[in-house]
Design a protein around this ligand. Structure first.
Ligand SMILES: Cc1cc2nc3c(=O)[nH]c(=O)nc-3n(C[C@H](O)[C@H](O)[C@H](O)COP(=O)(O)OP(=O)(O)OC[C@H]3O[C@@H](n4cnc5c(N)ncnc54)[C@H](O)[C@@H]3O)c2cc1C
Ligand SMILES: *[C@@H]1O[C@H](CO)[C@@H](O)[C@H](O)[C@H]1NC(C)=O
Ligand SMILES: *[C@@H]1O[C@H](CO)[C@@H](O)[C@H](O)[C@H]1NC(C)=O
Length: 643
């Protein structure tokens, strides 16, 4: 019976893999990201082909976000960036808001060239920049307003330094004679609005930029240091708004609140009263709205608890995707690697060689890579990539030409993927180090964790993750880890702390809620009656889950591994299923086969597949038995031979 159930699970897994295959994702597609900005935002999407053409030599400046579509901080930042782009859309002939995704492999060399060290990074490019200028880093701040203010700061500087001469004038009006206002402006200019404000205020500049497309008016800032003009106009509170006509009429305008929106509104209503034509939609920034919380219902949580994935299947394909991304994208994106980062890289390669579960070719590849890097004292990201690629070409095939993520597949593109892969990779490394060498008296319990910390510190593209992880490590890693087993448990516990922090976060995949791992259902023995962890049980669970021997090799093409294997058949994939924990896992598959979000079509296809293969099996069986029995009776043989 249990064989049939295993067969069923293998079939389900195989189906899962086949269905992914239909989507046809090779490593390149995997690394071809789909970005965080679609057609519903005002953010201009740049890439390696259009960046230089777009950004250099234009009369407007650019503010570009370099991001990474899988990075949680970038996902959280994206709505703010879209809001900003919508908010300053009226400024677009002065400043354009754009974004470029460094997670997209095509853009990767570009991000290396621009030395993007963390995501998201904001870079300001002046008007008429020349090719080769890498832009100036701009602070992200905490709110959209912070970025807008930083931006205003940059724009003011631009004009003071003589660029952006065709932009609206945002330099303060220094003269104390209002007659000078009418010099150098077109005859048709009827009104001049003066915004009196303090030197550091952003309001005036913002209003000028908001309304600069209205013809026949000018808006200027006057700072409170221009005391003569303040006195002349009777302005003693800041900010204040005053309108002048060419005919010398002066109208002080009262604004209820010192806000950009109300200043704009007041100016516009004044103009409407005076029959000045306004362009449509001017100065009405429509805030881009997006839901900023992922809503995970209790039902979804329950559903998830029942899903097969939660019962600890680790897929070889995911581990390989992870180190491929790490070696071919994440490490090479650094322009120069030396000092601490280079030391970290060497340690990382060294633990991969020791403990990364792979085949003979994979191991040889890793060993050669380690060997090539170990004596270098400085290295360029580009060179590292070339080493990786040439070794790969030399020893082909090294990695399965992967078909997307299996265990780390998110319900949408932006969820899970690489960060998930990195966690399971390091759990796999800590666990296998202990399983294989834990009894060695010279075993260094911190070896894998130190390598991980180094990698996360110097290479992991999610800066915020990196910072948090370093803090956790600083607090407890070296203190807590005093035995081999504790290295596995420390990482487990640290991961759970991250899970706890990310519950209900925007980056939480609704289909894969953050839980304290392993769940009650997955490991009933892991918690005592008071709900506290029983760490020996947790350890046993982790060892079982992440052991080299438990890893599921579904989706790894045998013909890429073993020479002289003529043709591997997908249905022939060897799934090494978890030994001891099999029973409850199978139970769950039986009861709740919908764990993977299969729809009715999927299920029926699966049933057909299953039934089909069952029928074939039965036929083969009958043929075999009957053949044996009636070997000598030619007429029956003939008959069955046609089946
Ligand atoms: C070092 C590191 C630090 C991170 N820090 C942050 C951060 O500060 N902020 C942020 O927004 N994102 C952070 N991330 C990303 C985040 O933790 C998740 O990886 C991401 O949100 C994808 O989540 P996921 O649902 O795929 O599950 P993940 O949390 O990625 O887990 C992957 C798989 O590991 C298994 N697992 C889960 N918990 C445990 C455990 N305790 N022990 C063993 N196995 C477990 C499960 O099978 C799970 O499916 C970090 C990632 C890494 C690698
Ligand atoms: C870059 O973007 C343009 C326009 O969106 C698109 O036509 C082009 O194919 C993209 N190039 C790459 C390499 O993705
Ligand atoms: C380290 O040990 C302390 C004390 O036992 C514990 O409270 C803490 O949770 C541990 N930290 C980690 C990350 O395991």
């Amino acid at each position: 019976m249990s064989i049939i159930i295993r067969f069923q699970l293998v079939l389900l897994l195989t189906y899962f893999v086949v269905s992914l295959k239909l989507e046809d994702k090779s490593y390149n597609d995997l690394a071809k990201s789909h970005g965080l900005y679609g057609s519903d935002t005002k953010v201009i999407v740049l890439n390696v082909t259009n960046f230089k053409k777009s950004v250099y030599g234009t009369s407007n400046a650019w503010l570009v976000e370099f991001y990474n579509s899988w990075c949680g901080a970038c996902q959280r930042f994206a709505p703010m960036w879209s809001n900003l782009a919508a908010d300053v859309h009226d400024w677009r002939d002065v400043i354009k808001i754009a974004a470029l995704d460094c997670a997209d492999d095509d853009n990767n060399p570009f991000c290396r060239e621009y030395e993007i060290m963390h995501y998201p990074s904001l870079r300001f490019f002046s008007a008429n920049s020349k090719v080769g200028i890498l832009g100036t880093e701009v602070e992200k701040g905490k709110t959209e307003e912070d970025i807008r203010h930083n931006l205003v700061h940059f724009l003011k500087k631009e004009q003071l330094e003589g660029r952006g001469s065709n932009w609206p004038n945002i330099i303060p009006y220094r003269s104390n004679d209002v007659l000078n206002l009418w010099k150098n402006v077109p005859e048709s200019t009827r009104f001049a609005f003066l915004i009196f404000e303090e030197k550091e205020s952003y309001l005036g500049t913002e209003v000028i930029l908001d309304l600069h497309s209205i013809k026949n008016i000018q808006i200027r800032r006057v700072i409170n240091e221009n005391e003569a003009l303040c006195k002349l106009m009777g302005v003693f509170t800041f900010p204040s708004l005053v309108v002048l006509e060419r005919s010398q009429n002066v109208f002080p305008l009262k604004v209820e609140e010192n806000s950009r929106v109300l200043f704009c509104k007041q100016i516009k209503s004044f103009l409407q009263e005076h029959k000045v034509l306004l362009p449509e939609n001017i100065g009405n920034p429509i805030a881009y709205s997006s839901s900023t919380k992922s809503i995970v219902s209790t039902k979804q949580r329950e559903h998830f608890e029942n899903a097969v994935e939660q019962f600890g299947l680790v897929f070889q394909v995911d581990l390989e995707n992870t180190i491929q991304y790490s070696l071919k994208s994440e490490i090479p994106v650094r322009k120069f690697i030396s000092g601490h980062p280079l030391e970290a890289l060497k340690k990382y390669l060294s633990v991969l060689v020791k403990y990364f579960p792979t085949y003979a070719r994979g191991r040889m590849f890793l060993e050669k890579l380690k060997f090539k890097v170990q004596d270098l004292s400085t290295l360029k990201g580009q060179i590292f990539l070339e080493i990786v690629e040439s070794l790969e070409a030399e020893m082909k095939p090294v990695f399965s030409n992967s078909d997307g993520w299996l265990g780390c597949k998110g319900s949408e593109k932006r969820y899970r993927g690489y960060p998930c892969g990195l966690w399971i990779t390091f759990h796999t490394l800590t666990t296998n180090a202990v399983i294989e060498n834990g009894n060695d008296p010279n075993f260094n319990s911190l070896e894998v964790l130190e390598a991980m910390l180094g990698y996360i510190t110097h290479f992991f593209g999610c800066q915020e993750c990196s910072r948090h992880f370093q803090e956790m490590a600083e607090k407890s890693m070296r203190q807590n880890v005093t035995s081999p087993e504790q290295s596995v448990l420390w990482l487990w516990s640290a991961h759970n702390m991250v899970n706890k922090r990310l519950v209900a976060d925007l980056t939480e995949d609704p289909q894969h809620p953050k839980v304290q791992f392993p769940t009650e259902k997955a490991c009933p023995a892991c918690r005592g009656p008071d709900g506290r962890w029983i760490t020996e049980q947790v350890l046993a669970y982790l060892k079982q889950m992440y052991s080299r021997h438990s890893i599921v090799h579904v989706g790894v093409m045998e013909n890429q591994r073993v020479e002289n294997v003529a043709k591997a058949d997908t249905l022939h994939v060897q799934a090494k299923l978890i030994g001891t924990g099999m029973n409850y896992k199978i139970g769950m598959v039986d009861k709740k086969r919908l764990g993977w979000n299969f729809n009715i079509f999927d299920i029926s296809l699966c049933v057909v597949l299953y039934a089909g293969s069952a029928v074939i099996l039965i036929l083969v069986f009958i043929k075999f038995i009957v053949r044996k029995r009636y070997r000598k009776k030619a007429y029956i043989h003939d008959l069955l031979g046609k089946v």
